[in-house]
Design a protein around this ligand. Structure first.
Ligand SMILES: NC(=O)C1=CN([C@@H]2O[C@H](COP(=O)(O)OP(=O)(O)OC[C@H]3O[C@@H](n4cnc5c(N)ncnc54)[C@H](OP(=O)(O)O)[C@@H]3O)[C@@H](O)[C@H]2O)C=CC1
Ligand SMILES: Nc1nc(=O)c2c([nH]1)NC[C@@H]1CN(c3ccc(C(=O)N[C@@H](CCC(=O)O)C(=O)O)cc3)C=[N+]21
Length: 296
């Protein structure tokens, strides 16, 4: 079997189109323009690429983009003061603090200082709790993007076996919550899981969020399964820098029913969902109806 490729790049372009349409309507009918502030501390080159891409796409869908680039030695007090100012700024509806933060900063404290209504990453403890209890939350962008692709490809997910490899707060855990919300039977695997390959072979839906290049090979995949590769790993191969996922694409695609590529899979959907969440936050903050087709 050769797997169907789930084209995240094309899917993300459609999501951005839907966002742009609804942003235009918000402007015409209510005079509102959603605003997203991205805060980057330090000069990690990969982070700068993401922040640049986010800013460009934010403007393309008609929203306001504000970038705050702070020096690597920024104090916690200064960062908290900036977040307090953004919380109080009526033109800003979404705030994203790029992670990881330099080690002298307490990222839990920083994230939890964001107004939960503006927490478009969905990392604030209030949003984590709301998602975990099945209430209306801001949903983390990467898992939201994965869920949108799964729904589009599979339709109803109810009753399917889902295995999420990875238990981070930003990907693995919220992904598992969303799949549980879809009535999947969910297993969360991690570095202590025994016989990971056998656990993964039980999955109708296999989500890899590990951070280990090409670890999930074809022998981890149930024939016909849907494989979502969240991993973004920069490796050297044949003297060139290449981007690969956590899934060994060639061997997995030979067994799977459908698979997301890297690049061009989950990554572009993450940014599209960030824009969707900013629109959602703007609507909620102004007591307007939820955007159509862009929330869980
Ligand atoms: N496409 C996108 O938009 C995004 C991509 N990413 C990418 O996704 C990947 C995961 O990111 P993130 O969740 O932040 O990573 P973390 O490093 O926070 O978590 C990795 C998880 O993988 C588990 N793990 C590590 N090694 C193994 C192993 N050998 N077998 C089984 N499980 C293992 C860890 O287990 P344990 O808890 O036991 O240590 C941990 O739960 C990375 O490649 C990252 O770059 C991240 C965010 C967004
Ligand atoms: N507060 C916070 N929120 C995040 O959502 C967040 C973060 N911090 N820190 C870093 C990770 C990583 N992340 C990616 C987003 C887009 C691509 C993406 O668009 N990738 C392209 C390739 C881009 C390239 O070539 O480098 C693709 O997969 O096709 C990748 C990774 C968001 N993250």
């Amino acid at each position: 079997m050769t797997a169907t490729v789930i084209d995240g790049k094309a899917f993300a372009a459609r999501v951005r189109g839907q966002v742009a349409e609804q942003v235009a309507r918000l402007k015409a009918e209510h005079g509102l323009v959603p605003g997203l502030a991205v805060v980057l501390v330090g000069e990690d080159p990969a982070s700068q690429v993401y922040v640049g891409a986010k800013g460009k796409q934010t403007v393309e869908v008609g929203m306001i983009s504000v970038e705050h680039k702070l020096p690597v030695d920024t104090s916690e007090a200064d960062l908290l003061a900036l977040i307090a100012a953004l919380n109080a700024d009526a033109k800003i509806h979404g705030i994203l603090v790029q992670l990881p933060l330099p080690s002298h900063l307490n990222s839990d404290l920083v994230i939890n200082s964001i107004d939960p209504a503006k927490d478009v990453d969905g990392f604030h403890i209030s949003n984590v709790g709301l998602l975990g209890t099945g209430q209306k939350a801001m949903v983390p962008c990467t898992p939201l993007g994965c869920l949108m692709m799964l729904r589009a490809h599979l339709g109803k997910l109810s009753g399917l076996n889902a295995v999420v490899v990875g238990r981070s707060n930003i990907v693995g855990k919220p992904m598992a919550q969303l799949l549980l919300g879809e009535s999947c039977t969910v297993t969360i695997a991690h570095s202590r899981t025994r016989d990971l390959a056998a656990v993964c072979r039980g999955a109708d839906i296999l989500v890899a969020a590990v951070g280990r290049p090409e670890m999930i090979t074809g022998d981890y995949v149930k024939p016909g399964a849907t494989v979502i590769d969240v991993g973004i790993n920069r490796i050297q191969r044949d003297g060139k820098t290449r981007l690969v996922g956590d899934v060994d694409y060639a061997s997995a695609a030979a067994v799977a029913g459908a698979i997301t590529p890297v690049p061009g899979g989950v990554g572009p959907m993450t940014i599209a969902c960030l824009l969707a969440n900013t629109l959602t936050a703007c609507c909620r903050e102004n007591g307007l109806p939820e955007p159509v087709g862009l929330t869980v």
